[in-house]
Design a binder for this molecule. Structure first.
Ligand SMILES: Cc1ncc(COP(=O)(O)O)c(C=O)c1O
Length: 409
């Protein structure tokens, strides 16, 4: 008989994971990228050359680069962040981590205790929200509009918290291609956000992992770059620009807080091979790879919006995202996307139900997030047609769908 571990698990532990049973046929979930856009040839050549040159440094924890990560990768990031985001930072200000999820854990580990309060966008990345929930942190969600975080609402929330003597530990924001709404916070709003943060003495955690995927190729300066108060922790990732399975992200932060986060990173460094290959590949190729990736993603977004228009008609409402890999869709009020999710999954279509991506389950009851990066164009068309059928059977909407699209696949 199998040993019973259950009585040994401490109270408050996360619920046990469910076993993986394979990928759904039509997968619109998660932050996966386009398999055809992974720059395989370049990564293979980079692996070959970097290993031939300095592979023996793998014999040492930290590759002779110290605890903040492979030095050439941090040098690349210093140049890239200066060029693209206006950030004046050097390798010393950068910590390489195992995906930006580890960055979130290090920020939280350094700053949060049970009962603390943080502020974030009302519709927000699920991986962030579940972390706060697990830590027992109070989350104040600020509504967004088509320009991103609403500064008026943020001001009101900060004032209200202050009136109750609550000083939030930080404002967590995804200002550049917000997840899930796809909005970009303008430079004016960034100035106003920084001013409020300064006035109330609250630092900002800037999660910028989609910043390379702005359709126009031109992003506003990072909050980190615009801050004069050294109160911004900047988080980035190679997951969306190169590949998520590599698990390489980074933090840029003032030493006062970097030193605290570094003390929390007790894994003796993130995967070295990934860092070496990325540094070698990116120095020569990042600037040409990313625009091609963006063009491919933009085409997939067009396919998804077309498919939704054909299959759902006016029953699917959405704002066109400014970049990224997600479309945030509003269905008619009678649709419960948590239920739709279950039914669709049984038919091989995976979607992210809105309530899991928000601090407000009522506002997001009939919303869903669709990732358009990983399914093929044909899968997008077919999957949305299947989803529309299921939605109609369960909720009576869309009333009628054009099956033309399905015949074309
Ligand atoms: C806003 C945001 N932050 C962090 C992550 C985690 O990314 P990774 O750990 O792959 O860098 C994601 C992934 O989708 C995300 O959307």
């Amino acid at each position: 008989m199998a040993f019973d571990f259950a009585p040994l698990v401490p109270a408050g532990s996360p619920a046990p994971a469910v076993k993986w049973t394979g990928s759904p046929k039509f997968n619109f979930t998660g932050g996966n990228n386009d398999p055809d856009a992974v720059p395989l040839e370049g990564l293979m050549a980079a692996a070959q050359s970097v290993l031939a040159r300095e592979g023996r440094t793998l014999s040492h924890y930290g590759l002779h680069s110290g605890p903040q990560g492979y030095r050439p990768l941090r040098d690349f990031l210093g140049l890239k962040l200066k060029r693209d985001a206006g950030m004046a930072c050097t390798a010393d200000d950068i910590l390489i981590v195992s995906g930006s999820l580890q960055a979130l854990d290090l920020v939280n580990g350094a700053l949060l205790a049970r009962g603390d309060t943080i502020i974030c966008e009302r519709d927000c990345y699920q991986g962030t929200l579940t972390r706060y929930q697990r830590l027992g942190v109070n989350v104040v969600g600020i509504p967004l509009d088509e320009g991103g975080l609403r500064i008026d609402a943020l001001g009101e929330a900060l004032a209200e918290l202050k009136s109750r003597n609550v000083r939030p530990k930080f404002i967590y924001t995804i200002p550049t291609v917000q997840n899930p709404t796809g909005t970009i916070l303008s430079e004016e709003r960034r100035i106003a956000l920084l001013k409020l943060a300064d006035t109330y003495g609250v630092p900002i955690v800037e999660d910028d992992c989609y910043a390379d995927l702005v359709w126009s190729g031109k992003r506003p300066p990072a909050l980190y770059a615009m801050s004069t108060a050294e109160n911004v922790i900047h988080i980035g990732s190679f997951s969306k620009s190169i590949a998520p399975a590599l698990r390489v992200g980074f933090i840029v932060a003032p030493w006062a807080i970097m030193s605290r986060m570094l003390a929390q990173k007790t894994d003796a460094g993130s995967g070295a091979l990934e860092q070496m290959v990325l540094a070698e590949y990116c120095a020569a190729n990042f600037a040409t790879h990313v625009p091609a990736l963006r063009r491919g993603l933009r085409k997939k977004l067009d396919t998804l919006m077309e498919a939704l228009n054909e299959q759902f008609g006016t029953a699917a409402e959405f704002e066109e995202p400014k970049g990224g890999i997600f479309l945030w869709v509003k269905l008619p009020d009678q649709v419960d996307t948590l239920k739709l999710y279950q039914k669709a999954l049984a038919a091989g279509v995976a979607i992210n139900p809105g309530p899991e991506w928000s601090t407000d389950a009522v506002h997001t009851r009939s919303r869903m997030r669709l990732c358009f990066a990983s399914p093929s164009h044909a899968e997008i068309r077919e999957g949305i047609a299947v989803l529309a059928d299921i939605c109609r059977k369960e909720f009576g909407v869309p009333e009628r769908s054009a099956n033309i699209q399905r015949e074309r696949v």
